[in-house]
Design a protein around this ligand. Structure first.
Ligand SMILES: [Zn+2]
Length: 371
């Protein structure tokens, strides 16, 4: 398979500046990041391809060699072999490209090609959150049962692969001597096997332990969203790396507030006299209580928009609004005196509907809201 030109991989032309190379790679890394493209082999390949291109083009010396000799510059020694870069190397680049602090949030999948370390399996847990917790962000302490290395387990270098995790076979074929390598089936690619283990440990020298994990949930998460807590899943035997915890967000039903994206809807009921005379009403929002003024003569179906009283956007694009829907409560039973009053008002000028353009119909209001 012909290797693609590194500039082409990053969507650049030859002579691109260091800043342009960095910017282009950042874009590709976000686009093809494995967290965004789970179980997508094509994205993984493109992700690695972009990382390899950046590895060369971001290094003045390697870039000069590549500009002069192309891919041949790295054919013998110092190259990437057949397997390309491994995931851990790629993620270690991210400090440079995204500025520190990103390391913990992003994680790889335990090495794709080339040299690999065993990785513990992931744990999936569901976390139920109230709308208030979603609006404000929350820290949850969760009890999990995870596999950990059993104390007293010792490891020794695998005798079959001598710690490399790979076994190489030479086969004679009509095309000549072919060298192939595959993960060692004695140690499963870990490079180590168990020397001694306590009685309560499983075949891998692991045992189940209960652990409390603190999970920081940012404001604005959405039902069904998955967050990854790197390295808090099952441990791997030997020098392997721990798996992750996949946190699946579940939004609890709220009786009063309906969520629609980052906006919230609230049904407010006012009495007939309140609608006629005006009123001041208290509303429970996700950030506490708010007092709102109902103008005298308010019409049923009016929508009051409280800017910024909704849910913060998960990607940092501001905050949604709280839309208060006014419903005028019509009395269902009346006493004699009240009935007489309304009977007298049947032909009264003040009680006959005279909608103005500001008293838009429901459909016009909905249209406005989404335009
Ligand atoms: Zn081995």
């Amino acid at each position: 398979m012909a290797k693609r030109d590194y500039y082409e991989v990053l969507g650049l032309s030859k002579g691109a500046s260091a800043a342009e190379i960095k910017k282009a790679y950042r874009k590709k890394a976000i686009e093809y990041h494995p967290d965004k493209n789970p179980d997508n082999k094509e994205a993984e390949t493109k992700f690695k391809e972009a990382a390899e291109a950046y590895e060369v083009l971001s290094n003045a010396d390697k870039k000069a060699r590549y500009d002069q000799f192309g891919h041949q510059a790295f054919e013998n020694g110092g190259g990437f072999g057949g397997g390309g870069m491994n995931m851990d190397d790629i993620f270690s680049q991210f400090g440079d490209i995204f500025g520190g602090g990103f390391g913990g949030g992003f994680s790889g999948f335990g090495g794709g090609g080339g040299q690999r370390r065993a990785k513990g399996s992931n744990l999936r847990i569901r976390v139920k959150l109230t709308l208030e917790e979603i609006a404000n962000g929350v820290e949850k302490k969760i009890k999990v049962k995870r596999k950990v290395k059993a104390p007293g387990t010792t490891y020794k270098t695998c005798a079959t692969c001598h710690g490399t995790g790979q076994v190489t076979r030479i086969a004679n074929t009509i095309l000549g001597r072919m060298q192939t390598s595959a993960p060692c089936n004695v140690c499963g690619g870990a490079g180590e096997t168990i020397d001694k283990k306590p009685a309560d440990a499983d075949a891998q020298g692991l045992k189940i332990a209960e652990d409390t994990v603190t999970i920081k949930i940012p404001a604005g998460v959405v039902d069904g969203m998955q967050l990854k807590v790197s390295g808090k899943g099952n441990e791997a035997p030997g020098n392997g790396i721990s798996g992750d915890i996949i946190v699946v967000i579940e939004e609890e039903h709220n009786d009063k507030l309906q969520r629609e994206g980052d906006n919230l809807h609230y049904d407010l009921y006012v009495s007939y006299p309140e609608a006629v005379l005006g009123a001041s009403k208290e509303i429970e929002t996700v950030t506490g209580k708010v007092r709102i003024k109902i103008e005298s003569g308010v019409q049923s179906g009016k929508i009051l928009r409280l800017r910024g009283k909704g849910i913060p956007n998960i990607n940092g694009y501001g905050r949604g609004d709280l839309l208060v829907h006014v419903n005028v409560w019509t009395p269902k039973t009346l006493n004699k005196q009240q009935r007489e009053f309304f009977e007298n008002m049947l032909d009264d000028e003040h009680f006959s509907p005279k909608p103005e353009s500001s008293d838009k119909s429901f459909f016009e209001k909905v249209k406005d809201m989404f335009s």
